[in-house]
Design a binder for this molecule. Structure first.
Ligand code: PLP
Length: 389
């Protein structure tokens, strides 16, 4: 057996992919599995985006692009940032990345090493913790609580900062909870962070377009006082239903930009050229398909929350963002991961157990409502029948 460096023994997984693989296997065996497990829109990428990428291929865009991305693609991101946040950024602060995840990877790699601490949301996207452990840094969970509407608390977050803290990871709207942190809480956090200038901030805003009930997304980019230590993660995967294209972007402060550009040169060289043309069309083209998708998510949100709250032993707070409902299943009295796996194996409904998102996820199951209303209702019916047995 070859021995790798120990970091590879600490690297984790994203269990949603394992659930997806198992659901696909059951489907191949002829089972009619309803997938509320995976976090990706069930919509196709809008046609004009697909056409722009095909045209780019036909026009001969087959070579490398600059490592930081095509200038036009970075300009498009700067235009969109101005539209959505009111903040003018330079296209030279934008990195085009092969997916949202890669920004996480780069940022955590930049700040994590033994003896340092990195704060991350728990429950939260599992790759944060996995990457922190990979670097040898100490992962410090910031509790995300149902009683706080699944928003992060500024006070609790600030209380966890020590002189060893190098990076703070924030995520709103959030996976897996659908929580949206209110502007007032973010303002309080930013005020508190002024006392900790050694702490860099990674704000994962990949669900920025998906908020409901009039809730407004508040970007960390709007706070001038932390701009010199803020890394903003965003991308095309969710908003334009482009998860398989592997297209993300991030905005970096001056001192870090060249480091991440060099990481790109050393690792992925650049993002696939036709995909970047698709990305430009996504930002500059019509947004009606995005609006239609988000309205559909909003309707499904109502359907799933109502259905879940009718199940015995289940209670589900109404999520304010993303496309996830994080249902409290404590009263069912079984470990959440077991329950999620029983529901897949015995009721043909694919879900992800809360503990796959962190220790504080115990007692919860994540339902991705990126599926049709009809399938959501069928899934609820199946779960009900299973729980009634
Ligand atoms: N950040 C969060 C909070 C996510 O939920 C996801 C995907 O599920 C990502 C980042 C990664 O996105 P991408 O598929 O573009 O790598």
């Amino acid at each position: 057996m070859l021995q790798t460096i120990s970091a590879f023994d600490r690297i984790g997984e994203e269990n949603a992919f394992a659930v997806l693989a198992r659901a696909a296997e059951l489907s191949r065996q002829g089972r009619d599995v309803i997938n509320l497990g995976i976090g990706q829109p069930d919509f196709r990428t809008p046609d004009h985006i697909v056409e722009a990428a095909i045209k780019a291929l036909r026009d001969g865009h087959h070579g490398y692009t600059p490592a930081n991305g095509l200038p036009e693609c970075r300009e498009a991101v700067a235009e969109r940032t101005l539209q959505t946040t009111g903040i003018e950024i330079s296209p030279d602060s934008v990195m085009i990345m092969p997916g949202g995840k890669v920004t996480m990877f780069a940022a955590i790699l930049m700040f994590g090493e033994p003896g340092t601490e990195i704060l991350y949301p728990d429950p939260g996207f599992p790759i944060y913790r996995s990457m922190i452990e990979f670097t040898g840094a100490t992962p410090v969970p910031v509790p995300i609580r149902e009683e706080n509407g699944f928003a992060f608390s500024a006070e609790e977050t600030l209380s966890l900062i020590t002189p060893k803290t190098r990076l703070l990871i924030l995520n709103s709207p959030a996976n897996p909870t659908g929580g949206v942190t209110p502007k007032s809480e973010i303002e309080a956090l930013v005020r508190g962070l002024e006392a900790h200038p050694q702490v860099a901030i990674l704000s994962d805003e990949i669900y920025d377009t998906m908020t409901y009930d009039g809730e407004e997304h508040c970007s960390l980019l709007t706070f001038e006082q932390i701009r010199d230590r803020l890394i903003l993660l965003n991308g095309w995967s969710k908003t334009w239903a482009m998860t398989g294209w592997r297209m993300g972007w991030s905005i970096w402060p001056d001192g870090l930009y060249d480091k991440v550009r060099k990481l790109a040169v050393n690792c992925w060289s650049c993002v696939n050229a036709p995909a970047q043309f698709g990305g430009i069309a996504a930002i500059r083209g019509p947004q009606d398909a995005v609006d239609t998708m988000i309205s559909a998510f909003d309707r499904r949100r109502g359907v799933i929350v109502e259905g879940l709250n009718e199940l015995p032993g289940v209670s589900c707070a109404t999520p304010k963002g993303a496309f996830y409902a994080f249902a409290n299943v404590r009263d069912i009295g079984r470990p959440a991961k077991h329950l999620a796996s029983e529901l897949l194996e015995k009721a043909d409904v694919a879900l992800v157990g809360g503990p796959d998102f962190g220790i504080l996820g115990e007692g919860y199951i994540r339902f991705s409502y990126a599926n049709s209303e009809e399938n959501i209702l069928r899934a609820i019916e199946r779960i009900k029948n299973y729980l009634d047995k």
